[in-house]
Design a protein. Structure first.
Length: 165
């Protein structure tokens, strides 16, 4: 979580190479944290909430910055952020209606997260080190868009089923 504002600031100040490196550090530290927690049983309830929250904050902030900078289409940044807001709103609404919903990531959501991470990494690497990844970025933009829409649809379907029944 600590690196989220750092990466956001680096992006908006056009220090994209440094932003990519800090993004890598955040990803590696998240992976090490997850491995250690599982390997040694260091999992906590707080960590179960904070880890996915930190991941979402990182991706959302990167997508907002890249959208504002024009490095990814604005519609994609809006779609990615809106999907997350709608999912959180659905969970909160279910809780307020005294019909809490269990949060279990779907396979399409996991694929969506992978696509979002790959796109963010590719754009940051391309911007920071001029790698010529235009085709890769194009493919990842559309893969992320499709998976974002499918993921939102799957969660909406699951939520409607839960709430109706």
């Amino acid at each position: 979580m600590i690196l989220v504002p750092v990466i956001f600031w680096l992006l908006i100040s056009q220090q994209t190479g440094a932003a990519f490196i800090v993004f890598l550090v955040a990803g590696i530290s998240d992976g090490i944290d997850g491995f250690l927690a599982k390997r040694f049983g260091w999992q906590t309830e707080l960590g179960a909430y904070l880890d996915p929250l930190a991941d979402k904050l990182l991706l959302v902030s990167i997508y907002i910055a890249l959208g504002v900078l024009g490095e990814i289409p604005s519609w994609l940044a809006i779609g990615v952020v809106s999907r997350d807001i709608l999912i959180v709103a659905g969970v909160v609404l279910a809780w307020l209606l005294d019909h809490p919903v269990a949060i279990n990531p779907l396979w399409v959501s996991k694929a969506n997260t992978v696509a979002q991470i790959l796109l963010a990494g590719a754009v940051l690497a391309d911007l920071g080190f001029d790698l010529g990844l235009a085709t890769v970025r194009f493919v990842l933009i559309w893969a992320t868009a499709v998976l974002t829409a499918l993921s939102l649809g799957a969660y909406l379907r699951q939520w409607v089923r839960h709430m109706s029944g």
